[in-house]
Write a protein that binds this ligand. Structure first.
Ligand code: CTP
Length: 426
């Protein structure tokens, strides 16, 4: 399949009607900064939130909205418009447009283009948490994934409606990264329609400095259940771990990603195993061995609840519930200390709030890994959920301090170091 660089790409952006539509203006700006051509189509509902004029001003192209516009159709017809793009992006994608896409409806300009296109579609859902979790929406999402539609997000967080949970649209930089991945994997809809997300990128494996290597990566948080509806979790977004997966795939490795719950698209080209708890993560990691390298980027919960309730705990019945915590398996330490099947290079992470280098060195020794990527989560450059990171790569002999940079660049630096470490051990 033909890869298209973002700088030469033509993106057809369909904006549907949600409060997150304002973020789509930022998305247009970021795509234009990267020299992509952006053609915007807005649904009628989207125009309640932002105007076609703002989208046209930022994209530098007329915004389309009406299916039966004589003037527009005379310039470029809707079929041509759908095919002239390299990728169709729906951001925000409301529950309504996902339902219309899943049902194959073509009742306005946006949905007509979605049905007529011969290219892949990437959607960034945005809606209230209840709407996202509704079985009808989840059914539509499954249907669309089976049809080969790519997803980025939604993320969890506070929502415009005052509720909290999954449903927030992915941030524009995250959408740009997903667009770049999709373009790199090739977006023409041919026989691969329905093959799912991972298929196109697999063709890239086998070329590059990690060709023939198997790299196993953990990413994201783990969720430790309290009862059927509640859990203990942490703020890890999974962005750094997922960026490492993309970098390792780019370097030609066969990559297995074991990820906790995150609001990110599965990186193309990797085999992705989704898990919830630390124990599930440990099992999936063990099952994925042997590997040449193990990179533990996940923020594994240190404890789990011993007395998980089989039914939802009701408040007020017996005072406050008492949660008994027990320690989780330390996956990194276990893999580092394996007698057989120990990967040649084991890399851990250390997120510290103080004495970063000293704590990280102690962790390197305690866990028995070969390298530790240490960062301070106390300051701005490495905040959880952010796009940048400032790390030190520490081994038994010393530390390499990197300047603040994007998580993608940190991932490239880690993969470059991995290549060196693997070659030393040959
Ligand atoms: N890790 C793991 N399994 C665990 C805990 C941590 O695999 N149960 C891994 C993480 O993926 C990371 C590294 O160990 O690569 C360090 O995680 P961190 O939470 O910083 O270390 P802890 O061992 O939890 O130490 P502390 O909380 O005392 O800093």
């Amino acid at each position: 399949m033909k890869a298209v660089p973002l700088s030469a790409s033509r993106i057809l952006l369909i904006i549907s009607g949600g409060i997150a539509a304002y973020k789509s203006l930022e998305l247009i700006r970021r795509l234009r900064e990267r020299d992509a051509t952006v053609r915007v189509v807005m649904t009628a509902a989207a125009q309640q939130f932002i105007t076609p004029l703002s989208a046209a001003t930022l994209s530098g192209q007329a915004t389309r909205d009406e299916l039966f516009s004589l003037t527009d159709e005379a310039t470029i017809g809707h079929i041509e418009l759908s095919r002239a793009a390299d990728l169709v992006v729906v951001a925000p994608a409301t529950a309504n447009i996902l339902a219309r896409m899943a049902g194959g409806l073509a009742d306005d300009m946006g949905t007509t283009l979605l049905l007529a296109t011969d290219k892949r579609t990437l959607v960034a859902p945005a809606m209230n948490v209840g709407m996202w979790l509704h079985p009808a929406t989840q059914r539509n999402v499954d249907r669309l994934k089976a049809d080969g539609v790519l997803f980025v997000g939604p993320e969890s967080g506070p929502m415009a409606c005052g509720e909290f949970g999954p449903g927030r649209m992915a941030e524009p930089p995250e959408i740009v990264a997903a667009i770049e991945q999709a373009l790199a994997a090739g977006t023409a809809l041919d026989d691969s329609r329905g093959a799912g997300l991972a298929a196109p990128g697999l063709e890239a494996a086998g070329v590059g400095p990690l060709a023939g290597r198997h790299v196993l990566v953990t990413s994201g948080p783990t969720y430790e259940p309290i009862d059927p509806v509640r859990f203990l979790g942490n703020r890890s977004s999974g962005r750094q771990g997922h960026a490492i997966v993309r970098a390792a795939v780019g370097a030609g490795a066969r990559v297995t990603l074991v990820t906790g719950p995150v609001g990110l698209a599965d990186p193309p080209g990797a085999e992705v195993v989704h898990v919830g708890s630390a124990q599930e993560m440990r099992e999936a990691v063990e099952a994925a061995l042997p590997a040449d390298a193990f990179i533990a980027a996940a923020a594994v919960a240190d404890w789990r609840v011993e007395n998980v309730a089989s039914q939802k705990i009701k408040k007020g019945e017996r005072g406050f519930p008492t949660l008994r915590l027990v320690e989780n398996p330390d996956i990194l330490a276990e893999i580092s200390n394996k007698a057989t099947l120990r990967p040649a290079v084991v890399i851990g992470f250390a997120a510290e709030t103080e004495n970063v280098a000293a704590n990280a060195k102690a962790k390197l020794r305690r866990k028995g890994c070969d390298l530790i990527v240490a960062n301070s989560v106390a300051d701005g450059a490495s905040a959880f959920g952010g796009d940048t990171n400032q790390v030190e790569i520490i081994d038994a002999n010393g530390a390499e301090s990197l300047p603040p940079m994007s998580k993608a660049d940190v991932a490239d630096a880690i993969v470059r170091r991995l290549v060196i470490e693997l070659s030393k051990r040959q």
